[in-house]
Design a protein around this ligand. Structure first.
Ligand code: ADP
Length: 619
């Protein structure tokens, strides 16, 4: 934009040129007028100078009237010789008949007595009127002046033509003096113009220097450099302009700083926002995109720049820009793929000027994946709970109805009907207790009562109970499963901080499951080992195993691989969900490895810190 200014395009040059041209034109006009006037005056005085005096005229008239006599001609010759004018080159006297009666030129004396051949003279004699001309003689390149004057003798009131005088004079002295003056004038004009030009250059540089400085300063301002100041040379208009440029520089700097600060503030607000923000121009092309939006949409802001917001959000199939502009509702954008869920809520609003002109669109993207998941889980949970409670209640109701209808009298069926209602009611109570403890853990009201426990001992204690159960009388009841428990523990004593009751509940539940889902006589292997910062308990069975697709859901609430079977065995589908919550509250992890048809291994890992022996020895 800031093209280099050619010297001939500069104001500096233009002012000097105008100044010089003005001077030149002025001199031209004055000179032309002056020389013209001089020429006119000089010629006039020259003519007056070369005209024959009236005295000579009257003596010529006298001699001409006397007729063509030698005497008269000699007189005329004398008169002509007396004429003393260096400019006059030739005087010839002719009578009315055109006969040459005298000639001032010595070489032309033989013409005397001959008829004139000059047509101009003949014309004058004929017209009886004087004639004059200035002419240029090509033979010797000189200007000359010719005047032919008729001569009259006056008797009374009548004028009689007696002849004419032909006079020729050189105009060269007049012209050479005019030329000299013209030359002087031209030289003076040139010198004056030259001096004027130098003066004009100085004056114009005095004007253009401040302008030039202001130009440089404004260019610097445009570049963003506000450090310079224009020098103020005076208080005239240019001085005031320079002052204005300096003020402008300060104002622009202030404005620039405040808009820069504003931009930084906006940038920091945008980049620290947990919501994604997109701003577009009025054509819907993205001009701003914050980090959150870029991550949520998985698009580099530089690539998104200038692209349509419809493409960036992938909603071109369903919406047009007009839809977004006219109807700024929220839009749910589902970006979920097979690997992960991602649902965004996009709120649109217009960027509008006071005049109502729409200059763009702002889109705020809010990640609602988690919220949607929680909503879905809550809905599923409510429906699961209702369903799980309805089934036992329905069966209890139908048994009670049957008893009510008279079955109570039947000693065969009544006790078994009552047993079923009792079992179902107990299962419901168990389920409600499970739900309550889950809800306590969810709300954070259930606290762990931690104590330092020797895990080897605790694990042995739990397993001993299961061994005892096998030996008790109940175990030999018909239909009860037999199993054997194998222990594989590390020799090292492992002390961990746990809530004993809750932890025992977890291990009980897993061993119960292992027994439940194992064939009769199955071996259950219980291991205890340590890594450098974890203790790991594992419980392996030789049971049904869990289908691969269900492994990820096994710890979900109410999830059961085979609902009917679990229910028949009094399961609630909440045991593993509770176990997971409890272990996670301890900062540990629970997971399962399973091969369908072969068996499953449940693992519990707890954080473990080795306690220094001496501490305990002292105690
Ligand atoms: P339930 O009360 O039904 O046992 P759990 O939460 O304890 O509920 O277990 C959830 C489901 O996980 C069970 O219904 C069962 O299908 C499956 N499961 C748990 N443990 C085992 C196991 N050791 N072998 C095979 N499947 C198991």
């Amino acid at each position: 934009m800031n093209k280099k200014l050619h010297f001939f395009q500069s104001i500096h040059f233009k002012i000097a040129l105008v100044f010089a041209l003005l001077l030149l034109i002025t001199f031209q006009i004055v000179g032309a007028y002056f020389v013209q006037q001089l020429k006119k005056d000089n010629l006039k005085s020259f003519k007056q100078q070369v005209e024959l005096s009236s005295y000579i005229d009257s003596s010529l008239i006298g001699n001409l009237s006397r007729g063509n006599t030698t005497k008269a001609n000699t007189n005329i010759k004398d008169i002509l010789e007396d004429v003393d004018n260096s400019n006059v080159t030739k005087i010839q006297v002719v009578d009315t008949k055109g006969t040459i009666r005298g000639d001032s030129d010595v070489n032309s004396q033989d013409l005397i007595g001959q008829k004139t051949t000059d047509n101009d003279i003949k014309q004058v004699l004929y017209n009886e009127r004087s004639y004059a001309k200035s002419a240029y003689d090509r033979t010797d390149n000189k200007r000359y002046y010719v005047s032919i004057t008729p001569l009259f003798s006056t008797t009374g009131n009548t004028n009689t033509l007696v002849g004419a005088v032909y006079l020729r004079a050189s105009l060269e002295p007049v012209y050479s003096s005019i030329n000299k003056v013209t030359l002087i004038f031209a030289t003076a004009a040139l010198i004056a113009t030259g001096l004027g030009l130098i003066l004009a250059i100085f004056i114009s540089s005095a004007i253009t220097r401040p302008i030039d400085e202001m130009k440089k300063q404004t260019t610097r301002i445009a570049r963003g450099d506000y450090s310079g100041q224009v020098k103020i040379y005076g208080t005239d208009e240019l001085g005031q302009l320079a002052q204005a440029v300096n003020n402008l520089s300060v104002r622009v700097e202030e404005a620039q700083e405040s808009s820069e600060a504003e931009r930084r503030r906006l940038d920091s607000v945008l980049s620290h926002m947990s919501d994604g923000v997109l701003a577009t121009d009025r054509r819907g092309n993205v001009i701003i995109m914050n980090e959150t939006a870029s991550q949520a949409l998985n698009i580099d802001p530089n690539i998104a720049d200038g692209q349509s917001v419809l493409d960036i959000l992938g909603i071109r199939d369903k919406y047009t820009l007009r839809d977004l502009l006219e109807n700024q509702d929220e839009i749910i954008i589902d970006l979920s793929d097979e690997e992960h869920d991602e649902i965004l809520n996009a709120y649109f609003s217009l960027i509008q000027r006071e005049s109502g002109f729409i200059s763009g669109l702002v889109c705020v993207l809010h990640d609602i994946t988690e919220q949607q998941r929680i909503d879905r889980e809550r809905r599923e949970f409510v429906s699961n709970v209702s369903h799980e409670l309805r089934t036992p209640l329905t069966s209890v109701r139908s048994y009670i109805e049957a008893l009510n209808d008279g079955a109570w009298k039947d000693p065969e069926v009544a006790p078994s009907f009552l047993k079923v209602t009792q079992d179902e009611t107990q299962r419901m109570i168990r389920m409600i207790n499970d739900l309550l403890s889950l809800s306590r853990m969810d709300s954070g009201t259930s606290k762990l009562e931690l104590e330092l426990v020797n895990l080897n001992e605790l694990y042995n204690y739990i397993l001993d109970r299961f061994d005892m159960m096998l030996k008790s009388d109940d175990a030999h009841e018909e239909g009860k499963k037999s199993y054997s428990i194998r222990r594989d523990f590390t020799k090292r004593e492992l002390w961990v901080e746990i809530d004993t009751d809750k932890f025992m509940q977890v291990v009980d539940n897993i061993i119960n499951n292992a027994i439940k889902y194992s064939p009769d006589g199955g071996v259950i292997t219980c291991r205890l080992l340590e890594t450098h910062n974890h203790v790991i308990l594992s419980i392996s069975d030789q049971g049904l195993g869990i289908p691969k697709k269900d492994v990820v859901h096994i710890f979900d609430r109410f999830f059961r691989v085979d609902k009917a079977r679990s229910r028949a065995q009094g399961g609630t589908g909440l045991g593993l969900a509770i176990s997971k919550e409890v272990i996670e509250m301890h900062g540990g992890r629970i997971w399962v490895d399973s091969i369908e048809g072969k068996g499953s291994t449940f693992y519990i890992s707890l954080p473990y810190e080795e306690y220094e022996g001496e501490l305990w020895d002292e105690a």
